[in-house]
Design a protein around this ligand. Structure first.
Ligand code: F6P
Length: 360
């Protein structure tokens, strides 16, 4: 391997810089390889100044930093790009242009750090001959093939701390506190932080809920002397027979933007005679410094991705399985998105603790 490149795509997640650092250091120290950074996802291949050299000095001091020194983009799909043509918006496929730009750079490997969307693009570029290796990133933890993505642990820590803080003010004011959490169609953040933060009700997309069931829990607690309740609500949670709440619908370019279910749950609780307040934690879950676990995982992923590339394992992503980092085919990892398993010990544990999922 003489020259490799690394890019970050999709929404950011704490630990991106740790991967970039590990890729750069491993490639230089072990393989004596030149490393290039691609700015703003795949866009960097076709924009002026989009390709920058990465050396040891460039990655010094970035391990604890959130965000990504390379920048990212979640609307940079080269297979579907919106442009203005004759004053009208049209969607075009510029993947040949991107592939040609990658070939021109003479890359022996392209390490793509991203979630489902970014890795799917990597897989499609792989089919066009680009030597790609993926690194799974997302706070949502919804990528198949791996037990965990980096960024998830940091989001959990922030969500759990938020629940702890809401807990004390809920108790002081005898209120129901609703915390709306990220995660898209996967309920991992709400489930794990809800259990870790002592929530009384956890609503996740995988378990459609009934409003009556939520209020039953709040009422039961009040009757038992606990005049406050804590609710961890995943942004993708939906009532039985109903739809998730969106702030903005999607199209070929934009993924639909979830948000608002927390407010609906809070309003319902108030309508039943209990005081309620709603907090939407939002992008606080994605920003700032990664936890030690995310730094450790991200560093291992970055180093392993370079080893996989050196061994010619293209079309794979690195994954954590049974405490080992191993390569897994992107096609296998992306075949089925990961969702909370309703038969998992996490769900049974929560039910055993008396936590309501709003379904009983
Ligand atoms: O996939 C990560 C995530 O943070 C989701 O949990 C959330 O729904 C979405 O991205 C938010 O996207 P954006 O940053 O575009 O608002």
């Amino acid at each position: 391997m003489k020259r490799i490149a690394v890019l970050t795509g999709g929404g950011d997640a704490p630990g991106l810089n740790a991967v970039i650092r590990a890729v750069t250091k491993t490639a230089i120290n072990i393989y004596g390889c030149e490393v290039l950074g691609i700015r703003d996802g795949y866009d960097g291949f076709i924009s002026a100044g989009g390709v920058i050299p990465l050396d040891l000095a460039a990655v010094r001091g970035i391990l604890p930093r959130g965000g990504t020194i390379l920048g990212t983009a979640n609307r940079g799909n080269p297979f579907a790009r919106k442009i203005l043509r004759d004053g009208k918006e049209v969607v075009v496929d510029i993947s040949d242009e991107v592939t040609a730009a990658i070939k021109k750079l003479g890359l022996d490997a392209l390490i793509v750090i991203g979630g489902d969307g970014t890795l799917r693009i990597a897989m499609e570029l792989g089919a066009k001959g680009v030597p790609v290796v993926g690194v799974p990133k997302t706070i949502d933890n919804d990528i198949g093939g791996t037990e965990v993505t980096f960024g998830f642990d940091t989001a959990l820590m922030i969500a759990t701390e938020a629940l702890d803080r809401l807990h004390t003010t809920a108790e002081a004011h005898h209120r129901a506190m609703v915390l709306e959490l990220m995660g898209r169609e996967a309920g991992f953040i709400a489930l794990h932080s809800g259990v870790s933060g002592g929530a009384d009700v956890i609503l996740i997309p995988e378990i459609p809920f009934k409003f009556e069931s939520i209020i039953r829990k709040v009422r039961e607690r009040a009757e038992g002397g606990a005049h406050f309740s804590l609710l961890a609500v995943s942004e993708g949670a939906k009532p039985l027979g109903g739809q998730p709440v969106y702030r903005r619908s999607g199209d070929e370019i934009y993924t639909p933007r979830l948000g608002g279910i927390g407010q609906e749950v809070g309003q319902f609780i108030e309508g039943q005679g209990f005081e309620a307040r709603v907090t939407v934690l939002g992008h606080v879950q994605r920003g700032g410094s990664p936890t030690a676990f995310d730094r450790w995982l991200a560093t291992r992923y970055g180093a392993a991705a370079v080893r996989v590339a050196a061994a010619g394992g293209f079309g794979c992503m690195v994954a954590l399985r049974n405490a080992e980092v191993i390569p897994v085919a992107l096609s296998e990892a992306l075949a089925v998105p990961k969702r909370v398993d309703l038969n998992s010990d996490g769900i049974h544990t929560a039910r055993g603790l008396g936590i309501s999922f709003g379904d009983e």
